[in-house]
Design a protein around this ligand. Structure first.
Ligand SMILES: N[C@@H](CCC(=O)N[C@@H](CS)C(=O)NCC(=O)O)C(=O)O
Length: 219
């Protein structure tokens, strides 16, 4: 549980919406055990496009992390920042795994998560609405191919990095969770299903899902 806000100063403020990309920084904050406040962005009411939220993120997207008055957006940037500020979720800068850690964080952000934008919001990628179903189908195929490659890389390992659990595993869980909506759900690749379960077994992850009111099946 986050500490009592009334007793803390300079606390992180995470602007979130349940199950969205804010899930990664939310899980990280709980894993790291640092104080934070959650601020719900009401997507039903379009709050992410409202004047107040646009002051935090002019792109109108979730999440935003406010750190000591500075608003930071982009999920991966927030994740890298938190992992740098607090030990426990990333290899040290000079550790052998550090380059691999960058690779995973950037791949999951720049390819896997970015592809999901085209799966969940296909209309943004086409001019003619008649092509929406086709754009979505193509996105689904790219996603499933991406997950197959990731599963191959994870084969025989407990976590993405040889040195152990990291923020990249939390990122992958969020991707596999979103991938439950694909024609072939990501969790059905046995390596990914087993990895997701290992991450879901973590106390901080369970606390995050409970706090966001996310119901089973989680992936
Ligand atoms: N690249 C951005 C993408 C964030 C993003 O697409 N967030 C979605 C929720 S998962 C969102 O805010 N959707 C609402 C909208 O686009 O209006 C990031 O990683 O922070």
């Amino acid at each position: 549980m986050p500490p009592d806000p009334s007793t803390e100063t300079n606390m992180y403020e995470l602007h979130y919406s349940p199950g969205t990309a804010s899930l990664l920084p939310h899980m990280m904050l709980r894993e790291l055990g640092v104080p934070f406040i959650l601020k719900l962005v009401d997507r039903e009411a379009g709050e992410q496009a409202g004047a107040d939220y646009l002051k935090l993120n002019p792109h109108g997207r979730i999440p935003v992390l406010v750190d000591d008055g500075q608003a930071l957006y982009e999920t991966a940037a927030i994740a890298l920042h938190l992992a740098d500020r607090h030990p426990g979720l990333a290899p040290a800068v000079d550790a052998p795994d550090r380059a691999d850690y960058y690779k995973w964080m950037v791949h999951l952000a720049n390819t896997t998560q970015a592809e999901f934008r085209s799966w969940f919001y296909p209309h943004e990628y086409i001019d003619d609405p008649a092509h929406e179903a086709s754009a979505k189908a193509a996105a689904g195929k790219r996603m499933m191919a991406n997950f197959k490659v990731i599963a191959g890389q994870l084969e025989g390992r407990e976590w993405l990095l040889p040195s152990g659990f990291s923020a990249a595993d939390l990122y992958l869980l969020m991707m596999v969770r979103w991938g439950r909506t694909l024609p072939h759900p990501a969790r059905d690749l046995p390596v990914l299903g087993a990895h997701a379960q290992r991450v879901l077994n973590r106390t901080a992850v369970q606390a995050t899902f409970a706090a966001e009111g996310l119901a089973a099946p989680f992936v």
